[in-house]
Design a protein around this ligand. Structure first.
Ligand code: FMN
Length: 393
């Protein structure tokens, strides 16, 4: 669809959806499959890791995290590509490129930035890629070599990596930053000042997969990366903070499952959106489902492109101090919706009110003088009968 066409750091993509670097792009054939399923661009599995990180565990790498029956996220202990750069250059980039695929080459940042630049140059010489993404954010490597997320926590390192790659190639260069940090802004600004053409925010979050209580053993043997729906609020915080602090375009990556998630990230300032876990769970065809949702949204909203909504939310994100000064609201009930008022029984809201503002005597009675405006009853009500509003006088 023409309206979804996206200019990302000078590269024209048919839509803003990108296959994030992961298992789903582990070889050329898989990258091609994603392209056939209408993705806008593909990031193959990160190229050219230092030797000791060129092999990943093959005794189980993924653990889905569930809440009840629902999948909320996934912890993985997968490293980078296990193919050599030579194999990618000889065969698999060509396979990935079939049909004119728009390929973003993910390059693992080496401790010496010159090495990162040399690898990027070799990939550019293949003539098969459109741009570069420097990976300083893998959450697994945690030793003295500082490969991975430790690099992505140091502004000076981010600056030097971008400078080195920019010095070696002519195509646009971005850097994939880590959400395993309390503040991504200094790294984003350092990358921007080194000439980065875009930022990818972010990667999976360093985490632990859990304990098998029958054996006492860890569910995965090493610390890994947390991804999927559960990390969206964390990635969104980083995207919003960075979008307010830099001018370079942003590719948001964290927990996207639906077209609505894409719209949220665009409203937070992103230009493109990368997806990994939901494709791992649902297959490449899921791109088409998300694209259909986006197309219908544009039609419904009578928008010519996503430009009209980019960054729309940012001016409304304030400080906690300012929000604390706003007039207090209290919980109010719509009697025609409330199950308790109509037929009794439901007392879900009362259990979560820790201020004594909800009573059952025997039917629901709100006590606005006790309400602290926390909104939990509104969130928990199964029928949407409660809302926060200005107190009635
Ligand atoms: C199994 C697995 C392997 C991954 N491998 C890479 C990788 O090689 N390079 C990289 O930059 N990110 C890698 N990632 C991170 C994803 O690209 C993505 O940033 C992260 O999963 C968050 O997006 P999501 O919530 O849509 O999964 C991997 C993620 C998973 C789950």
């Amino acid at each position: 669809m023409q309206k979804l066409k996206t200019n990302f750091a000078g590269v024209i993509m048919r839509n803003p959806l990108i296959l994030a670097s992961a298992t789903t792009g582990w070889d050329g054939e898989r990258c091609h499959q994603a392209w056939l399923n209408e993705v806008g661009a593909v990031v193959p599995k990160s190229f050219a890791p230092p030797d000791k990180f060129a092999q990943h565990p093959r005794c189980g790498r993924m653990k889905i995290i569930r809440h009840g029956k629902n999948r909320i996220g996934m912890v993985n202990i997968e490293l980078y590509t296990t193919m050599t750069l030579e194999d990618w250059l000889k065969t698999d980039l060509e396979k990935a490129y079939q049909g004119g695929n728009c390929i973003i080459a993910s390059i693992v940042a080496h401790p010496n930035p010159e090495d990162t630049g040399i690898n990027a140059r070799k990939v550019q010489d293949s003539g098969r890629v459109a741009m570069f993404e420097i990976n300083v954010s893998c959450p697994m490597p945690a030793d003295q070599s500082r490969v991975g997320f430790q690099m992505g926590n140091d502004p000076e390192t981010c600056y030097r990596q971008v400078k080195a790659v920019k010095g070696g190639v002519s195509l646009p260069v971005g850097i994939k930053l880590t959400p395993t940090t309390h503040n991504m802004v200094p790294m984003a600004q350092a990358a921007e000042s080194a000439g980065a053409d875009f930022l990818t925010i972010g990667n999976s979050i360093r985490s632990f997969a859990g304990v098998d209580i029958a054996t006492g053993l860890p569910k995965l043997p090493a610390y890994g990366g947390y991804s999927g729906p559960a990390i969206k609020p964390i990635t969104q915080r980083h995207v919003a903070e960075v979008a307010k602090a830099v001018k370079v375009p942003i590719s948001a990556c964290g927990g996207v499952t639906t077209w609505e998630d894409v719209i949220e990230y665009i409203m937070l300032g992103a230009t493109t959106v990368q997806i990994c876990t939901s494709i791992m769970w649902q297959g490449y065809g899921h791109f088409k489902t998300i694209l259909k949702g986006l197309e219908e949204y544009l039609e419904r909203e009578k928008l010519e492109s996503l430009d009209a909504i980019r960054g729309k939310t940012l001016p409304y994100i304030t400080t906690i101090e300012e929000a604390s000064q706003r007039p207090a609201l209290v919980s109010q009930v719509a009697p025609e919706r409330c199950t308790n008022l109509k037929k009794g029984g439901c007392e879900v809201c009362g259990k979560v009110c820790f201020y004594g503002a909800i009573e059952f005597s025997p039917r629901l009675r709100l006590k606005p003088e006790h309400c602290d405006g926390c909104n939990l009853c509104v969130e928990i009500c199964p029928v949407g009968a409660l809302r926060l509003a200005a107190p009635e006088r």
